[in-house]
Write a protein that binds this ligand. Structure first.
Ligand code: BGC
Ligand code: BGC
Length: 852
């Protein structure tokens, strides 16, 4: 397979290291149009795989005329301001006024006035502050209402007391498109109450490799289901296209995200690369967008990921030719969290390439947005961004604002339903969420028909998920990763245990909560609630499908050994290999991440007061469940034989299937860490390739023997045999990096605890003029660096020496050794001339670089 680069991940490293010095150069950068022929520049012909579509909302000549009039009055400064979205933590209302900013957002876990427990009134008050700033024309400008976007991805999840619906993977299992419409409408109503106009949902990812940490944000690995759901969700949020209701009343603007193929990245790597044909792109990953567009979705968010090596934020063919052309999308495209910086040649503060490719609004969440504004303004004035493109972007933004009625709506606090606290966590919204919980549960095992349980029993409720609303809510719940919450952060919510206790106690039974499973009096039955802890993007990726719950397994076995029937309720954001736990349970149900209405679980697993089935299990898997823990892709039509439970599986109370013991062979090959593993021995060893990120943020895979790039040149040189070493010369003209990267993960964890080290030979010909870091990377926000400045400075010039870096240090500093993407890279902004030879991972070493 051709080696590809992890653009985002490598750029992220450099960006994280600071891009000082790059800023001025970027303004002068030309667009690099390498890669696919369907890139920037020409209007590529759109492939016949794409259908011709039209938005569900027809263009209105009156609206267009109004936009013309506004555009005619706006200065270039005002136009550029519309194209920049800032974050509430890094831009004040005064900034919005001064820079004519078009939009604000609050990121996951960002609250008004930095108060996690901000009231509904606080949200509205802050919305008013930004709105008033945007409408202030004291400087002679045009009044254009700002628009506020938020991640209400399973309910209004940044707001205390909001209804949190089950995550999308659970909604998929419910196979109920109409329910999606109700959830969309309820979410929109809660958002509207806080004075916010726009929601960054639905996610239309069709996730194919479940190791991706955002699998739970996906309805299904099946494109048809995502298509059936996408339009319904948009309609629920925005109101039906063509109706009086559209974007009025309790409705908000929806976003189809992340365009395109976020769920198709190779090896399920977050922000990775979807290396697939165009036919697959359309057939698998674009389907949800079709129904969303037909339902009139007004915004689309660009994906961090790439398609065949080219970043979506810079993809003219897919953004402009396909989405805005063939698919008839006439709303605007917003970027994703500074995602423009990963486009070749771009930085956080300059990226005309993105605008020229079709991005209409930069999401610019950090304080550097002022630089981005300045550079974009300069580019609009000097023609790097054409007047036509500028006007088109602003036209699209204004079109959406006009359609949403924002020009007439007045201040957020003056709008209908604003600050209506009764909408937040409203009983009718919670009822919908509880229904969604009931319909999403998937029963995998029910031997001897243990379920449904009688109510009037002695029930033990165990496991760390039993009374843990943060855990049952998953990521994107109050905080970004969903971590650090207490049950008290979810007022009005019900835990799984809470729901069980209500039912059982009312019927005269007892429900004893005991996380560790200990009890005083032997129960009739034990319900054990366990599974994945919350995570979100970047932090949720895993290297294989094993559920690492040794403690939970011991708990199940312990109860079983005492002759207690065991019901397992598995909280998870994705299918995981959990056969030992299934074997240790009499009944096993996947409850996904049900959100705040945990009572929906007891509704199903208990009989009603008359002893009849109360609610049957309805959920069916929309993701294939693995039969071992190997990191193999399993989808309909792809390795179906390797599914323990196929797509569509799910028992109900009518079935009497006795599940025999499942295989407990995980299939994982654990290396013993005794053999050294070569990374580079004259050539880059599979899966790695030699890559350089130059000082202007251009990334290249180097296969030639000499390459001269901005700030760095590399050359193959001889030590013992021909071209067995690489000379790396930095000239001090900016931060540049060279190293070995892969698009798949390597498990190096077996070297830990065995005096494992990253070992390489180095010869220094010119000592570093600035700090030099040696790094190991395992994905976005995952990795570790060690300083090698002193070591290089102390090296005898021109002489080879062997260096060993203790792997434990890298692990302690944040490198996840079981999921390494880059075992070795070096970066510096200074000048340095060094040559490397024989890079490998070994055990039983004496390290030169220790922890601390
Ligand atoms: C924000 C999230 C965002 C993430 C991306 C966080 O700080 O709160 O909303 O998605 O950063 O890097
Ligand atoms: C995520 C998006 C989200 C945005 C704003 C990004 O990191 O990928 O899904 O909408 O942050 O929080």
């Amino acid at each position: 397979m051709k080696k590809r680069i992890l653009l985002g991940i490598i750029s992220g490293l450099i960006a994280g290291g600071g891009l000082a010095g790059c800023t001025e150069q970027n303004g002068a950068q030309k667009m690099t149009a390498e890669g696919s022929s369907k890139t920037a520049g020409s209007n590529a012909e759109v492939s016949a795989h794409w259908p011709q579509l039209a938005s569900g909302i027809a263009k209105d000549p009156a609206v267009e005329a109004r936009i013309d009039a506004l555009l005619a009055k706006m200065s270039t400064e005002e136009k550029v301001g519309q194209m920049i979205q800032v974050e509430i933590r890094s831009a004040t209302p005064e900034d919005v006024k001064q820079y004519h900013i078009g939009s604000i957002l609050n990121g996951g876990g960002a609250f008004p006035y930095d108060n996690k427990h901000a009231s509904v009134a606080d949200w509205v008050a802050l919305a008013d502050e930004y709105y008033n700033a945007s409408m202030d024309t004291s400087d002679g400008g045009v009044a254009i209402p700002m628009i506020w976007g938020t991640d209400a991805v399973h309910g209004h999840n940044n707001v205390i007391g909001a209804t949190l619906f089950p995550h999308n993977i659970a909604l998929g299992a419910a196979h109920n498109p109409a329910l999606l419409g109700k959830i969309g409408a309820a979410t929109a109503a809660e958002v509207k109450a806080t004075g916010i106009d726009w929601v960054f949902a639905p996610t239309l990812a069709v996730v194919r490799d479940d190791r991706w940490g955002r699998t739970y944000e996906s309805y299904s690995e099946d494109p048809d289901l995502v298509r059936a759901y996408g339009g319904e969700m948009v309609e629920g949020m925005q109101g039906a296209a063509g109706s009086e209701d559209l974007l009025q009343g309790k409705h908000v603007i929806a976003t189809a995200k992340h365009y395109l193929a976020d769920g198709g990245t190779l090896n399920g790597i977050d922000r990775g690369d979807a290396m697939i044909s165009e036919e697959e792109l359309v057939r698998l990953h674009a389907q949800g967008y079709f129904s969303a567009i037909e339902s009139g979705v007004q915004t689309v968010m660009a994906s961090f990921s790439s398609w065949n090596g080219e970043k979506m934020h810079g993809h003219k063919y897919l953004m402009t030719d396909v989405l805005k052309g063939r698919l008839g999308f006439d709303g605007f495209i917003v970027g994703d969290w500074a995602g423009h910086q990963f486009v070749n040649g771009c930085s956080n503060v300059s990226c005309p390439q993105s605008v020229n490719a079709g991005l209409d609004m930069f999401m610019a969440p950090d304080p550097s947005w002022k630089e981005l504004y300045k550079n974009t303004l300069a580019q609009a004035k000097n023609g790097e961004i054409s007047a036509a493109r500028l006007d088109d972007a602003v036209r699209r933004i204004l079109r959406v604002k006009i359609r949403a009625g924002l020009f007439e709506a007045g201040a957020p606090s003056a709008r209908a339903f604003a600050a209506d606290e009764s909408l937040i966590g409203a009983p009718e919204h919670r009822a919908i969420a509880r229904q969604a919980v009931r319909e999403s549960l998937v029963l995998l095992k029910n031997n001897d028909q243990l379920l449904p349980l009688a109510r009037n029993q002695r029930v033990l409720v165990a496991g760390d998920g039993a009374d843990n609303i943060g855990k049952q809510a998953g990521g994107w719940s109050i905080t970004w990763q969903g971590t650090g919450n207490q049950n008290s952060d979810f007022p009005g919510a019900t835990s799984v245990y809470g729901g069980i206790a209500n039912i059982v106690q009312a019927a005269g039974g007892t429900a004893e909560l005991s996380v560790d499973g200990s009890f005083e009096q032997k129960p009739d039955v034990a319900i054990v609630v366990f599974g994945e802890d919350p995570y979100a993007e970047m932090q949720g990726d895993i290297s294989n499908l094993q559920y690492k719950g040794a403690g939970d397994l011991a708990l199940l076995n312990n109860l079983r050994e005492q002759g207690i029937p065991v019901v397992s309720l598995f909280i998870t954001g994705r299918p995981l290999w959990v056969n030992p736990h299934i074997n240790a349970s009499d009944a096993f149900a996947v409850i996904w991440q049900p959100g705040t209405e945990g009572a929906g679980v007891a509704d199903v697993i208990f009989r009603n007061a008359d002893g009849e089935v109360n609610h049957d299990f309805k959920g069916k898997l929309t993701f294939s469940w693995p039969n071992d823990a190997q990191p193999t892709v399993r989808n309909p039509g792809e390795n179906e034989a390797l599914a323990q439970f196929n797509f569509g599986y799910g028992l109900n109370y009518g079935s009497s299937v006795q599940l025999a013991a499942l295989s407990e062979q995980s299939g994982l090959k654990i290396s013993d860490g005794k053999q050294a593993l070569a990374v580079f021995n004259g050539r880059a060893l599979d899966p790695w390739s030699f890559q350089v990120m130059d000082a202007t943020n251009n990334l290249s895979v180097i296969s030639s023997s000499v390459a001269k790039l901005a700030g760095i040149s590399v050359q193959s040189v001889d030590r013992n045999v021909q071209e067995d070493s690489r000379r790396l010369q930095w000239n001090g003209e900016g931060n540049a990096m060279a190293g070995f990267f892969a698009n798949s993960r390597t498990d190096l964890s077996s070297y830990l605890g065995k005096q494992g080290a990253l070992v390489f030979d180095v010869k220094v010909d010119a000592a570093p003029s600035d700090a030099v870091s040696l790094g190991m990377n395992c994905g976005m926000d995952c990795g570790a660096e060690q300083s090698i400045t002193e070591l290089l400075k102390g090296a005898a010039p021109g002489e080879w020496k062997t260096v060993a870096v203790d792997l434990q240090c890298l692990a302690d500093a944040g490198a996840k050794l079981d999921m390494v993407l880059s075992p070795f890279y070096v970066r510096t902004a200074g000048a340095l001339d060094m040559t490397v030879h024989n890079i490998h991972i070994a055990s039983k070493t004496v390290a030169d670089i220790h922890c601390g």
